[in-house]
Design a protein around this ligand. Sequence first.
Ligand SMILES: [Zn+2]
Length: 81
Amino acid sequence: MSAESRQRLSEQRRGSGNPNFGRRASDETRAKTSATRKGRPQPSSKRSAHTRYHTNKGVFKDTCRYCVEDAATTTNEESGS
Ligand SMILES: [Zn+2]
């Protein structure tokens, strides 16, 4: 599939274009998901996930707002004197 096709499909299937838009998993499915996730630690915030998986590993993702924000802050600090 070409990059253009991927991009077009990606946009078509956002929001109300998503086949699952407005649907909610059944109570049975939700219970299963819940059971699977029990006892598995989740980051307390997106910021802490960014710090753990990006900052601490030297990873930069331009899709991560904190990476972008941090990069902007660092650039400003370097240029200002
Ligand atoms: Zn990040």
